[in-house]
Design a protein. Sequence first.
Length: 203
Amino acid sequence: MAEAQREALPQRLSLVTLGVASVLRAREFYERLGFKVADFDSDGVAFFDMNGTILGLFGRGCLAEDANVPNDGAGFRAVSCAINLESEAAVDRALAFAESCGARITKPAQRVFWGGYSGYFADPDGHLWEIAYNPGWPLDANGGRGDMYFEFVPIRHVDWKIDSKRNYTLKYRLVVFDGKMDAATAEMYWNSFAKNPDVIMSR
């Protein structure tokens, strides 16, 4: 007898809604960034088509009421939005542009532990946006969907201390590539992953 199919939610993200103090102020900020607002006539909500996912702006109090949760708390919200770009230079330009539009830079762009380059800005309501270049996540991968890479235990980020009394397991990184990979692309992936570690032997 066949096992009953397990019920599950559809694996997609349709809408991200940011609770804001002023929809008008937030809308004007995102329009300065170059986002095109949807043709929807309302002072209480605004929508932007993010090439398949919708970004919504809604009054913070109204959003809390809609979700039936208290409207309290501030500071770090344990969530961020992200935009991947094609190069480190593009990241620098985007962060500078966002700052000129009124964003607050919370982390200047820098090379980061996962092998890429990124920085963060906050919008006028404190919502965080990461602007990143990820050499392991080509923007044109898989027909432009930008499918991500994943990495098990990024050992390249630390030096290795080998103890003769312990057992060790090799860790691997997988890069799934859609299309023909040439030598230059393969070398780029390797350089973004490889690190010459200091190996310390102990007895």
